[in-house]
Design a protein around this ligand. Structure first.
Ligand code: ADP
Length: 478
């Protein structure tokens, strides 16, 4: 009789099913024979379920008024007898009830939606504040209240957005004059997009605004991103460090390869010279004039000297780098050592002129012989190597201002100004060394050995005119 469009009549199999369905229904009809019918308890149960907004109606046989009231009192919202149901105007009554019921149901659904929305906002780690279509405060999440404890009490419904903005600024110590004050004001005025600012305590805060559908208002979230930014900066610097380390590693690999090529070439050249001359002497021993034997022997000795120097350099460099180079001081006749080393180069007879100057030098100074020899012979070898035309090499050894000073200067090719610092780097060879054999180890080794003793090495050079290397070592007499 009451079945029509939009009205569904169902017969739930159990009371539980009925209860679930009743939550979605506008009206529930329960057939009850009288006040003693167990069906009356259904009315009570449904009545007690606060999620049910449907009208619970008892349908009874025609009962006396009193009895009908007893049925109603057992928990129903209304009682209709079967004969009332058959009345022609009953449809109208039901329609009215359905209209009202629909409004009730919609209201309950909206309420549930709001509760869910609230719960979702409350569990979010961000602080939310919602403004209605008139930019007046509509909702504040618990998190927001906790984030702004000094103003939490004033965050009431209806508060204009401008006041909410002032509160936020006050709580973050962002006042007129603060660089973020004006941009924040513009943001809160438009309530669109996203803004980040750093407050007076150094915290970085991100505020995002998003319009709700159908122009129902704006939802604004505030997030403390200090830690995020810190981690981001850390990550950026770590990745820069990593990229840097990778670059260095690649450079080191390339340098190592270049070094191995260079060293093998450096060894091969003197060994080829030695072998070539030895073969010549072997094959033509009888026919070789004594002067030629002397000349070839000199060449062989010079090449052997080069190999020894190379090996010494490589070995000492690796010892310095692995921390195995020990400084063992002894009473050293520095003047004697200088003369001896210069003498060795003179013996090679390559036409270099050496001038030794000695000044204020005590008989013996406390220095490591091996280390001092390495420093000096590297400087001398370079002076000889890089000075080809009318070579003149000055060697100075003296004591000045409490320091031992050793200086080797030449009139050779010189070093371009922009390369003068780099020549002390391991494996670096200046552009002016092109065509001259070398490994780029000597000067780096010399500098490290000087520094190992607390001294320093400096360079002055004029391109095309010559170079001057000065070593200063802390002096202690024996
Ligand atoms: P190398 O084995 O190449 O000589 P060093 O480490 O001894 O290596 O020197 C590094 C670079 O410094 C050389 O390749 C050269 O370019 C430059 N250099 C060193 N000493 C002199 C010098 N007396 N005159 C000109 N250039 C020099």
């Amino acid at each position: 009789m009451i079945s029509c469009q939009g009205i569904k009549i169902v017969h739930p199999p159990t009371e539980e099913d009925l209860q679930v369905m009743a939550r979605e229904a506008i009206m529930v009809f329960v057939a009850a024979g009288g006040p003693d019918d167990p069906a009356c308890s259904i009315g009570e149960k449904l009545h007690d379920d606060c999620r049910i907004v449907s009208e619970i109606v008892a349908v009874t046989p025609d009962l006396a008024y009193d009895v009908s009231m007893q049925v109603l009192a057992s928990g129903f919202d209304n009682v209709f007898s079967l004969s009332e149901l058959k009345r022609p105007d009953f449809r109208k009554i039901i329609n009215n009830k359905i209209c009202k019921g629909r409004v009730r149901l919609r209201g309950r659904m909206q309420d549930e939606e709001y509760q869910r929305f609230r719960a979702a906002l409350d569990v979010s780690p961000d602080a939310f504040i919602v403004f209605d279509e008139n930019n007046r405060l509509f909702f504040v999440s618990e998190h927001y209240r906790r984030a702004y404890p000094h103003h939490a009490g004033r965050l009431a419904r209806g508060l204009p957005v401008a006041e909410a903005y002032e509160m936020l600024c006050g709580e973050h110590g962002v006042h007129a004059g603060h660089p973020d004050y004006a941009p924040l004001k513009t943001f809160w005025h438009s309530l669109e997009g996203q803004i980040e600012f750093t407050d007076s305590t150094g915290r970085t805060v991100r505020v995002s605004a998003g319009k709700m559908p159908d122009g129902r208002g704006t939802i604004v979230s505030t997030t403390d991103i200090t830690e995020y930014r810190r981690q981001q900066t850390l990550l950026e610097s770590r990745s820069l460090e990593l990229a840097d380390a990778l670059k260095k590693e690649q450079e080191a690999g390339a340098i190592q390869k270049q070094f191995i090529d260079m060293v093998s070439h450096e060894f091969r050249t003197p060994l080829t010279i030695i072998d070539g001359n030895a073969q010549h002497l072997q094959r033509r021993a009888e026919k070789t004039a004594p002067e030629e034997i002397v000349r070839r022997s000199k060449t062989i000795r010079s090449a052997v000297g080069r190999v020894i120097q190379l090996m010494d350099g490589l070995l000492s460099s690796s010892m310095v780098h692995t921390g195995r180079m020990e400084i063992i001081k002894e009473d050293l006749d520095l003047g004697g050592l200088v003369r001896q080393l210069v003498g060795e180069y003179q013996d090679l007879d390559k036409g270099h002129e050496f001038v030794i100057t000695q000044e204020n030098l005590p008989e013996a100074v406390r220095l490591d012989r091996k280390v001092t020899t390495l420093i000096l012979s590297n400087l001398l070898a370079n002076a000889v190597k890089y000075t080809k035309d009318q070579p003149r090499i000055g060697v100075y050894a003296g004591r000045r201002n409490g320091h031992i000073v050793l200086r080797v200067e030449d009139n050779g090719v010189g070093i371009p100004p922009d390369e003068q610092q780099a020549v002390f780097k391991r494996f670096y060879r200046a552009t002016t060394s092109a065509g001259t054999p070398g490994t780029g180890i000597g000067l780096n080794l010399a500098r490290e050995l000087v520094e190992l003793q607390g001294g320093r090495i400096t360079l002055e050079s004029d391109l095309g005119k010559g170079s001057r290397f000065t070593v200063e070592l802390p002096a202690s007499e024996s």
